[in-house]
Design a protein around this ligand. Structure first.
Ligand code: MN
Length: 286
């Protein structure tokens, strides 16, 4: 098997999300998306405490046509939605949602985090859905660290959130083939195998690493070529990274705010349906 060559290493940029500064590795100056991945945000917040849960985080908003996924690294994230789901996921866990034909959800820190204060670190990324599954019923899966399978060595731990990795099956249901991993490594090397035709991105949360011989530093996005299977990851210090890889869907993408469809007409329909309450009504409980 051959190592994937590196196409480009792209530093992430800080963007302002309604008053909150987050790192944005994707989209970037080089690409609007890497099919099927549409967006990656890395946020590190400190909650000051003595706040009510309803005062912090993001209140009810709709989505349609893709999967917004949140990897939780520090602090807890509570999800509530218009289909009645309500779950808190802590560090090492994942909030997985397929918005399908439409859902309204809120994303907030846990009650404890709002009241006592503390750090929260998350990565949210958006995965596109093939046209024929965009109007499926919404699907939600809260996944704790304990429920996430992994491979492990003295020097590394790699969690498999979605896709198959050497017989380990990630729990999240996807609508196109992909492999989504989150890793921690210290002072050693690991070879990861990714199908060569999968579009592949690696994002580094902290520290620095060598990936297939190229030095990568914290908050860099590594864009790999589809010319091999191996990611040789060599760490000189303790670092954390994620691997987003998947078969390209190869369809036109038209997005507007929280909706990702194929055509402008479908976007207008999504706006209308959301306004008419067809994505449900979320009455949050605190
Ligand atoms: Mn959302």
């Amino acid at each position: 098997m051959k190592r994937k060559s590196i196409r480009q290493v792209i530093p992430s940029q800080k963007v302002n999300m309604g008053g909150h500064i987050v790192e944005q590795p994707l989209p970037n100056q080089v690409m609007d998306q890497l099919d099927p991945f549409l967006l990656i945000h890395h946020a590190e917040w400190t909650f000051k405490g003595h706040q009510r849960q309803q005062e912090v985080g993001i209140g009810g908003h709709p989505h349609r046509g893709f999967s917004p996924v949140t990897f939780v690294f520090k602090g807890e994230v509570r999800h509530q939605d218009s289909f009645g789901h309500d779950a808190v996921v802590g560090a090492g866990g994942t909030q997985w949602m397929h918005a399908g034909k439409g859902i309204v959800h809120s994303e907030r820190p846990s009650k404890e985090l709002a009241e006592k204060g503390g750090e929260q670190e998350i990565i949210q990324f958006w995965v596109n859905t093939p046209a024929k599954y965009k109007m499926e019923k919404p699907y939600y899966l809260p996944l704790s660290e304990e429920e996430t399978p992994f491979i492990e060595d003295v020097h590394y731990k790699i969690q498999v959130v979605a896709g198959d990795y050497k017989g380990i099956k990630g729990p999240a249901k996807t609508f196109s083939p992909m492999l989504l991993l989150r890793g921690e490594i210290k002072g050693d090397a690991v070879d990861l195998e990714i199908p060569s035709h999968y579009n592949t991105l690696v994002y580094l949360l902290d520290g620095h690493l060598e990936i297939n011989g190229t030095v990568v530093k914290q908050k860099d996005l590594v864009y790999l070529n589809n010319d091999g299977e191996i990611l040789h990851i060599l760490a000189h210090e303790k670092t954390r990274f994620i691997v987003l890889s998947g078969e390209p869907i190869g369809e036109e993408v038209t997005s507007y705010g929280p909706f990702v469809m194929n055509t402008q007409t479908e976007i207008l329909e999504a706006l209308r349906d959301a306004q008419m309450g067809k994505m449900g009504v979320l009455i949050e409980e605190f």
